[in-house]
Each structure stands twice: as structure tokens, then as C-alpha cells.
Design a protein around this ligand. Structure first.
Ligand code: ADP
Ligand code: MG
Length: 626
């Protein structure tokens, strides 16, 4: 592969099939909504009150499932807390809408201004939703700083606390007794309208750039930070949005039931909704809705079977629990068949529609050349792990356009040093300067946005996102500020530059290993980095793959001109590629110079091959692999 002249449009590999990209979220929302709307409206027009009530109830539950999925699906953090938002909203709207005469009987201790208030349910509902969204935002600030299991436990705490508050606030809620007299105004069309709104909002959020960044962090948090994603902020956005949708579900449920106590918004509904989400597929909005439908139908069928068995075969005593047992078995069956739920990571259009061809004009890239001034300066950086000095007062410098190799025996601190530079690890001493600015201790997503890209020793892709989405995350989160309309084009161009454009719509986790490494480089390039840190980019590659990589990296320097810091096992690759080589041993820099100088430095040979063989002066570096 010969280097293309700088700044010139780079023709990308146009080999086989057309590039395929995914559909816009609205297409998927409509595919899901149309059948639901047809069936529900048919029931509304033709069925009796009982069936209408059931359908309304489950439409409302679908809104609740969507609320959970907006947070849990995108962030990967299981939430037990959203029923708390539903309960709060239901009680606020209840107190504001119960007729004054009934309040005087059932809530005699209300403050006067509330006792005399009787609002229209839409006004009361809107007030409840706004209040609960604000509460959601505030409690989300600490919760979203946590991750994984601790965040899930915190949401459980929230559920328990809010339940306690609702039961305790007797004057407003009647404690554990039911609120009575809330206007029952929710029917099928109204519930359906909110299902549509919630579904469309959830789909748009999932496919939006912040949604994509959050899903990337769900797949791999350190890798997401390394491409500039502010994980806490994205989580908080999803949490607040989902609190708002949960509040809507709570208001709808209140005006559907008319009579309810805090118990209605506790564990039972939390688990019912989580079961729907798990059965349908946690990470897919269509899956959440499908889960609600499947579980609902199962419950209804099992319940009618249970009733008929009881009336036909048993007089006394009746057999209870068949519905629950049957439901549990059915759920186990679904999960046994599909571990990640019915829809897994896919949306409905991925099943129904074949992927679109990429828009025309997306096959050429005009890479930006980075400016040559400035540099990355690492001074006397030390990083300890317990008593071990993994990096010991190491210094190095890297200029844009330069390729520097970082070698050293296993465990000599190369990966740790890359971690310190990229902000993934804190330094215990020393400073790191980026183009004259001190970046020591800066969070990794900010360092990434300042133009430091990296890849990882063990490939860290967003495995369940497509290749295109992997690159798009970095485009969105990085500093490059691309307009969304041009993003698909730029993604395809970057993938093309690494020779993997044909895999744009494939899930990253399904690529062959060598291609995954290339995708990781494409993703880092989306930051338009001035400095690119590559941790063993050729590890696990055969000779021809590593030769191709060498050509790609050489061309990258020609065309884009970032500074490359390359850690690798393959010393022959390092020697052919690099202008300068730095050697680490036990965390310390023991040599630095041109590849020729370093190769013949006795200290280096000793570090690599041990004392005994120093005299022999190993002739072939390629045998000196770690
Ligand atoms: P290299 O990349 O050169 O093989 P590393 O930077 O991975 O070396 O490791 C340097 C030393 O630091 C090793 O002794 C390793 O065991 C230790 N180390 C690396 N990461 C951690 C960690 N997260 N916790 C504890 N020790 C670590
Ligand atoms: Mg390493």
C-alpha cells in the first residue's frame, strides 16, 4: 500500500458488497406501534368493559416498562427504583384531583390550600411529572456516579425509602390505606397515546448520540471514557428521562385504577416490569414492548386456564398459584432459549427490514492533517500498585508526526505508562504535559477530547454495537464536533481507511480478531487524535496481518500525521516502523535512541535476554519476543 499524498481524498476499499447501515429510529417505532394500535383500538371499539380494562392496564404497564428500559437498557444498570417515581407521581396527582368533598372525609388533615384544590387530571398529572422529574434528577446525581451492582443497590434503597415516606406521610396519602376517589379518566386511546410518545422518545434517545455514548459505556466503561464519553453525565440524562417517563406511567396508573395505596408501587410492580424487560431483551426498546405483550398474554392465558381448572375439576379447596408457576416456567423457557431475551440486542427493524444501503458519497475520506507544533511530554511519572513500582520515574516525549516504539519485557510497565498518559490511571508522581498544558490527573474522557487516542492490550470494543456505532461513539464524544448528518459518511470513510467498511453494520464482537484490532484503531482515529497510543496492536496477528498493519500505520503517519506511541511484542515491527525506541525495564527507562542504537545496546540486550546471554549478543531480535 503506497502512502497517499497528505490532505488528498483517500479512496477506500471498494471491494465487495454495498455498505449497509441501520434504519432511522422512527421506522422501528412505527413497526412496533401500528400493530399495537390496531389491536388496542379494535378492543376499544368492540370488546366489553373487562377486556378494555385489561388492555388499558397493560398499555399503562408498557409505559412503565419503557421507563425502566430508558435507563436500564441503555446504561446496563438494573434499576429497582423506578416504581418509586411512579408511586410519588401517582400520589401527587391523586391529592390534586380527588374531589373536595371526598378529601374532607378521607384526607381530613390536609393543609387548607390542598384540601380546597381540585384540578383537572391533565394539569395535576403535568405538575406531578415535573415535580418527580426534578426529584429524579436530584437523587440521580449521587446514584449515577456509582456503577454496576452498587448503583442497582442504591436504586433499591430509593424504592424502600420512598415507600416509607409515602406510608409515613399519612396526612397526604392515608398511609397504607388506599387513596379513594381519584378520577378514573384513562382509557385505551389515552394510554395508547402515551405508549406511542414513550416508545418514540425512547427510540430516539437510544439512537441519539448521547444514547449511543451511554450504550458504549454499558459495553465497556474504560473504553468509552478513552474515546471521550462523560459516563456520569450520560447516565444522569438517561436516569432523568426515565424518571420522567416513570412519572407519566404513575399518573396514568393512578387515573386508571382510581383506588390505590403505596403498596401498588412497591416490589410487585417492580418485579412485574423487570420480568417484562428481561423476557423481551433488556437492551432493546422493541424488546421491552414485546416483553410487556408476551408476559401479559401469558398471564391472561394462564389465569383463565387456572380459573377453568378450578371451576371444572375442583370444588373445594381451589388450587392457587398455577398462574405464577406457569409464568415462572415460561420465563425460564424463554431465557433458556434466548439468554438475552426475545429481541437480544436488536430492534424490530433488524428482524423485519433488511439493512439500508449507505447514502451515496460516503466512500471517500479527506483526513485532516494534524498541526505539527506542540508535543506530549511525560516527566518522571511514577505509578505504584501496593508496594510495586510499576512505572518508576519514567520520562518520554512524543511529537506529532513521530512514531516512537515503547518496548520492554513483560511486566515492565508499558501498559501502566499508557494508562497514566491517557488518564485511565492516576500518577503517584510526575507530570504529563499536552501541547504545553498540564493534564496530570485530568479525567480520561477530557484527555481523549484533547486529542489523545488509545487502543488497549486486550481489545476493548463495544462488542454489542455495530462497527459503525463503535466509530460513531468516538465521533460524537470526541472534540471533533461533526454534524450528525455527516457522521455516517465519516464513519464509513474511517472504516474504509482501515479496510473494514464492508463490516459497518456487523456487531463488533463478531469480527475476526485482526479486524477487531483495526476497528479499535478506526475508533481511536475518530477522535482525530494528535497523539495515538497503541498497546500491542499486532498481538495475536500472523505475519501477513502484521505486515498489513505496518503499512496502515505508516500510511496513517503520512496522511494524518499524528504522533504514534507503539507498544509491541513484535520487535521486528517496532524496528521497521519507529523513528525512535524507548526501552522500559522494571518501570524505568533504561535506553532510548534510534532502532539501530537500541538494538545493539548491551543494557537492553541484558534486560531482554538475561545476564547469561549478554556475551553471546543475540543476533536476531525477532527471537527476542516476550
Ligand atoms: P507491561 O505492559 O509492560 O507488560 P504492565 O504495565 O501491564 O506491564 O504491568 C507492570 C506491573 O504492574 C506488573 O508487575 C503488573 O503485575 C503490575 N500491574 C499492572 N496493572 C496492575 C493493576 N491494575 N493492579 C496491580 N498490579 C498491576
Ligand atoms: Mg502490557
Amino acid at each position: 500500500m503506497s502512502p497517499a499524498p497528505a490532505g488528498e481524498a483517500t479512496p477506500v476499499n471498494t471491494s465487495s458488497s454495498a455498505r449497509l447501515v441501520s434504519w432511522p429510529p422512527l421506522a422501528g417505532s412505527l413497526l412496533m406501534l401500528v400493530p399495537i394500535a390496531v389491536v388496542s383500538l379494535l378492543v376499544w371499539q368492540t370488546a366489553g368493559a373487562a377486556l378494555q380494562g385489561t388492555v388499558t392496564h397493560y398499555l399503562v404497564l408498557t409505559v412503565a416498562v419503557l421507563a425502566f428500559s430508558a435507563f436500564t437498557g441503555n446504561s446496563g444498570i438494573l434499576s429497582f427504583g423506578h416504581a418509586a417515581f411512579m408511586g410519588l407521581a401517582a400520589h401527587v396527582t391523586g391529592v390534586l384531583t380527588i374531589p373536595v368533598a371526598q378529601k374532607a372525609i378521607f384526607l381530613p388533615d390536609l393543609p387548607l390550600w390542598l384540601a380546597g384544590l381540585e384540578l383537572h387530571f391533565l394539569v395535576a398529572g403535568a405538575i406531578a411529572v415535573v415535580l418527580v422529574t426534578i426529584v429524579g434528577f436530584l437523587v440521580g446525581i449521587p446514584i449515577c456516579r456509582l456503577g454496576g451492582a452498587s448503583a442497582a443497590i442504591a436504586t433499591l434503597g430509593l424504592l424502600i425509602i420512598v415507600y416509607g415516606v409515602l406510608v409515613g406521610a399519612r396526612d397526604f396519602t392515608r398511609g397504607s390505606q388506599a387513596l379513594i376517589g381519584v378520577p378514573r379518566t384513562v382509557d385505551i386511546p389515552l394510554a395508547l397515546l402515551f405508549v406511542a410518545i414513550a416508545l418514540i422518545v425512547c427510540r430516539i434517545f437510544r439512537d441519539s448520540l448521547p444514547g449511543l455514548e451511554l450504550r458504549a459505556a454499558r459495553e465497556d466503561e474504560p473504553a468509552a471514557r478513552a474515546v471521550g464519553v462523560d459516563v456520569h453525565r450520560r447516565r444522569l440524562l438517561a436516569w432523568t428521562l426515565s424518571a420522567c417517563i416513570a412519572a407519566i406511567a404513575g399518573v396514568l396508573l393512578a387515573h386508571e385504577l382510581g383506588v390505590y395505596s403505596p403498596r401498588e408501587f412497591y416490589f410487585q410492580i417492580t418485579f412485574a416490569v423487570l420480568v417484562m424487560l428481561i423476557v423481551g431483551g433488556m437492551t432493546s426498546v422493541s424488546g421491552a414492548v414485546a416483553g410487556a405483550i408476551v408476559v401479559t398474554i401469558l398471564i391472561e392465558v394462564l389465569r383463565s386456564v387456572e380459573e377453568s381448572i378450578n371451576t371444572v375439576w375442583f370444588d373445594e379447596p381451589t388450587v392457587f398459584g398455577l398462574t405464577d408457576i406457569g409464568l415462572s416456567l415460561a420465563i425460564l423457557g424463554v431465557l433458556f432459549w434466548r439468554r438475552n431475551g426475545l429481541f437480544e440486542y436488536r430492534e424490530i427493524e433488524d428482524f423485519v427490514l433488511s439493512p439500508r444501503k449507505a447514502p451515496a458519497g460516503s466512500l471517500t475520506a479527506t483526513p485532516e492533517r494534524v498541526a505539527r507544533d506542540g508535543g506530549l511530554e511525560v516527566r518522571d511519572v511514577t505509578r505504584m500498585f501496593g508496594g510495586l513500582r510499576a512505572v518508576d520515574s519514567a520520562s518520554l516525549s512524543l511529537k506529532p508526526g513521530e512514531i516512537v516504539g515503547l518496548i520492554g519485557p513483560n511486566g515492565s510497565g508499558k501498559t501502566t505508562l499508557l494508562g497514566c498518559i491517557s488518564g485511565a490511571l492516576e500518577c503517584d508522581a510526575g507530570t504529563i504535559e499536552l501541547d504545553g498544558a498540564d493534564i496530570t490527573g485530568m479525567p480520561s474522557h477530557l484527555i481523549a477530547r484533547r486529542g489523545v487516542g488509545r487502543t488497549f492490550q486486550n481489545v476493548r470494543l463495544f462488542s454489542n454495537l455495530s462497527c459503525q456505532e463503535n466509530v460513531k461513539t468516538a465521533l460524537a464524544a470526541g472534540s471533533t464536533g461533526s454534524r450528525p448528518a455527516r457522521m455516517t459518511e465519516r464513519c464509513l470513510a474511517l472504516l474504509g481507511e482501515l479496510g473494514i467498511a464492508d463490516y459497518a453494520s456487523r456487531r463488533a464482537g463478531t469480527l475476526a480478531y485482526g479486524l477487531q484490532r483495526r476497528l479499535e484503531i478506526a475508533r481511536a482515529l475518530a477522535l482525530e487524535p494528535r497523539y495515538l497510543l497503541l498497546d500491542e496492536p499486532a498481538a495475536g496477528m500472523n505475519e501477513s496481518e502484521s505486515d498489513e498493519l505496518l503499512a496502515i500505520l505508516a500510511r496513517l503517519r503520512e496522511v494524518r500525521g499524528p504522533g504514534l506511541l507503539v507498544v509491541d511484542h513484535d520487535l521486528s515491527l517496532i524496528m521497521r516502523l519507529c523513528d525512535r525506541v524507548i526501552v522500559l525495564n522494571k518501570g524505568e527507562v533504561i535506553a532510548e535512541g534510534t532502532p539501530e542504537d537500541v538494538q545493539s545496546d548491551p543494557v537492553v540486550i541484558e534486560a531482554y535476554l538475561g545476564r547469561r546471554r549478554t556475551a553471546e549478543r543475540a543476533t536476531s531480535w525477532s527471537t527476542a519476543r516476550e
